[in-house]
Design a protein around this ligand. Structure first.
Ligand code: C2E
Ligand code: MG
Ligand code: MG
Length: 688
């Protein structure tokens, strides 16, 4: 059963109760009516019998005929008559009759004429003779028992009838209630089903076109609305979950982007600093040591410039992968800058083991990197500092590892350096130099020296290369290798470059005026200068101002400068060439020039880097490379200048293999214009 007191049961009960009440009231009324009618009839018939008795006893009483009176009263034919008493006129008992002879006759006092009724009896008190002058009195006591019996029978009959009616009503109610309760029960069932299954597609059946039917209809409409809202809610929830998911992944991505380098997937500088901070906390608790390795790829810029950024990126990824193979789980490898990586090594026990780990890192770079068929060789400079010896906080340690790394670069790259306190002085020097360089131009601290170039075979001076010098008032002479990068970083290089060009042309012009018309001057151009769109016009302006012939100006550019963007380099070189300048690739062999590109450039000369010339007569590789450059230059019809010739053997070798020109300490280092003038004169004298 669905409910404890179902509507069906309640309806049956209501019908039964109402029927019972109606039958009860009806039957009670009928019973009462019946009872009072019978009672009335009994009283009336008793009165008739009583009066008859009074009439019959009148004569015998007049004659005091006791026998006759007794006879009459004993013969009264009334079934329920109990007692009869006849009084004389003095109200003395004259004769009496008692059906139950054992009882004493007890006549109620103060009876009035007529009938008096109590619970069990009818008492009749009647005058004999006239009422005004009675001869005597008759008292009759009639039992009401027959009436009670009759009542009992009637009640039993009515109860039986009532029971039968109730059974009939029950059966009828049972059948009829279904008409009302079934739709309600079904409605209740559907409501319960929906509430437990949450399936809002269920509908209740409409049975009749009445109030319940309309209720069911409304209920179904309500369900329509609910299921529509459910659908909308589901859609909204789905959209919410979807956007929540998107938000979560966006947050994750943001967190990832904030902490990881997108190229190598390594932790970035921020996360590296966090990890270092945590490592230092652990180390201070455990009284242990942490090593910080700052790695910087050597000549990465050249790879980027000559082979392009795509290859540069591939190299960084490959380096990250290679480094990852030797990193322990407890250590951290991060990329903190363009070509800068950091390794954090925790729980450093002894320096020997640390040294082994560092060597392991540098040895990783012994092998070439194969970048989709392009074999690239790169090395790494590593700076190392140790907590707590070299610093107690993140900033100090990072700064000191950086200083050690710069030192490693300075001492020749492809090596490592442990931090020493004086290293910071070198960084400070760089900062000071960059501040001083600005003033150096105004204070005329910059000047030029000229290194003469000779024809290899004739040993005749053919020209000179202008080399920049900085005579610092405190430090003294500073190498261009140190301050040209500073000039590039501070943006001063364009101003300085123009000054060099003008000064070089002015000097060369003087030699022309002295009659040495074949003399050509070579000027080095930095990458920054080469990127100026109006470079050819600026140079033309200078040489016009000086009235110097463009054909006697050699512009020296390194391989990496022209390889960084081949197409625009070809355009720029063509424009320079069209102005009549001659163009040479400086330090040739150290960069990554692709031979196929080389022939696209409108060049005039190659300058073989002195690192090949140094051991050209003793080292097979250098020998082979130099010969290859010479034969390639011949094929491309390019002039070759060998740099850094320091002895007769080198000169002899170069002459033998048709290297056109040489420069180097064998002949002369860079000298001032006066000394150069003297040198030219002496050379001219020899050859006249
Ligand atoms: P570079 O253009 O390759 O110049 C040749 C360098 O080799 C010069 O060093 C020269 O002194 C040195 N050298 C020449 N012969 C020998 C030799 O026989 N043995 C040895 N050991 N060295 C020799 P320097 O003057 O220190 O210049 C270094 C570099 O600085 C130059 O290399 C050039 O790239 C750059 N540089 C110099 N002056 C300028 C300039 O005015 N503008 C620009 N942009 N760069 C300049
Ligand atoms: Mg040069
Ligand atoms: Mg050079």
């Amino acid at each position: 059963m669905l409910f404890r007191f179902s509507i069906k049961l309640k309806l049956i009960w209501i019908i039964l109760l109402v029927s019972l009440l109606s039958i009860g009231i009806g039957f009670t009324l009928v019973g009462f009516e019946q009872h009072s009618t019978i009672k009335k009839k009994l009283i009336e018939s008793s009165l008739i019998h009583g009066r008859l008795l009074a009439l019959n006893t009148e004569v015998p009483l007049t004659f005091d005929d006791y026998e006759a009176v007794s006879d009459i009263i004993s013969r009264v034919e009334m079934a329920s008559l109990e007692e009869v008493v006849i009084y004389d006129s003095e109200k003395q008992v004259f004769a009496q009759f008692d059906r139950d002879e054992n009882n004493t006759i007890d006549v109620p006092k103060n009876l009035e004429f007529g009938a008096t009724v109590d619970a069990k009896w009818i008492h009749l008190y009647l005058p004999i003779g006239t009422e005004e002058k009675p001869l005597g009195f008759a008292y009759l006591k009639i039992s009401l028992e027959p009436l009670a019996d009759q009542n009992m029978r009637a009640a039993a009959f009515l109860t039986t009838i009532a029971l039968l009616i109730m059974i009939f009503v029950y059966l009828l109610a049972h059948r009829l209630q279904a008409y009302i309760s079934r739709p309600i029960l079904e409605l209740a069932y559907v409501a319960k089903e929906i509430s437990s299954t949450k399936d809002y597609s269920i509908r209740a059946k409409v049975y009749h076109d009445d109030e319940i039917g309309s209720l069911t209809q409304t209920f179904n409409e309500m369900l329509d609305a609910v299921s529509e809202r459910e659908r909308e809610r589901d859609e909204a929830e789905m959209a919410l979950t979807e956007s929540k998911g998107r938000l979560e992944s966006a947050v994750k991505e943001l967190q990832y982007l904030a902490n990881y380098d997108s190229l190598t997937q390594l932790p970035n500088r921020d996360l590296c600093v966090d990890r270092l901070r945590s490592a230092l906390l652990r180390a201070s608790r455990n009284k242990s040591k942490v090593a910080l390795l700052m790695l910087d790829l050597d000549h990465f810029k050249d790879v980027n410039d000559s082979l392009g950024h795509v290859v540069g990126d591939e190299l960084l990824k490959a380096v990250a992968r290679r480094l990852h193979t030797i990193i322990k789980e407890t250590d951290t490898l991060a990329r903190v800058g363009g070509d800068e990586f950091v390794v954090i090594i925790e729980n450093v026990v002894d320096n020997y083991k640390l040294l082994k780990s560092v060597k392991h890192v540098t040895e990783l770079f012994n092998l070439h990197f194969d970048l989709e068929g392009c074999m690239v060789h790169t090395a790494v400079s590593v700076g190392i500092c140790i907590y707590p010896n070299d610093g107690l906080d993140v900033n100090t340690l990072m700064k000191n590892a950086d200083a050690a790394m710069y030192k490693a670069k300075e001492v020749g790259r492809n090596t490592f350096q442990f931090y020493e306190p004086e290293m910071n002085a070198q960084i400070l020097r760089r900062i000071n130099l960059s501040n001083d360089l600005r003033a150096a131009i105004e204070r005329k601290e910059l000047n030029l020296v000229f290194q003469p170039k000779y024809n290899t075979k004739s040993r005749k001076v053919v020209g000179a290369e202008a080399l920049l010098r900085w005579n610092h008032p405190v430090i003294g002479n500073i190498s261009p290798i140190e301050f040209i990068p500073i000039a590039e970083n501070t943006g001063l290089i364009n101003r300085i470059g123009l000054w060099v060009l003008k000064k070089a042309c002015v000097t060369a012009k003087r030699f022309h005026s002295l009659g040495f018309k074949d003399f050509s001057i070579a000027v080095n151009l930095s990458a920054i200068q080469f990127k100026q769109v109006n470079l050819p016009e600026m140079i033309i302006d200078v040489i016009n101002e000086v009235d110097y012939p463009p054909s006697k100006l050699d512009l020296e550019l390194t391989e990496s400068v022209i390889m960084s963007d081949v197409d625009s380099s070809v355009k720029m070189l063509s424009r320079l060439k069209s102005k009549g300048f001659s163009i040479a690739i400086d330090d040739f062999g150290t960069g990554y020039s692709s031979l196929s590109y080389l022939k696209r450039f409108p060049l005039d000369a190659l300058k073989i880097d002195r690192t090949f010339i140094d051991d050209v007569t003793t080292n097979e590789d250098d020998n082979a490379i130099t010969l290859a450059i010479l034969s390639m230059a011949k094929a491309l019809r390019l002039k070759v200048v060998a740099e850094g010739v320091e002895n007769e053997e080198q000169l002899h070798f170069l002459a033998k293999h048709n290297c056109g020109e040489v420069q180097g300490f064998f002949f002369s280092p860079g000298v001032n214009d006066m000394a150069l003038g003297q040198l030219i004169e002496e050379n001219l004298a020899v050859h006249q």
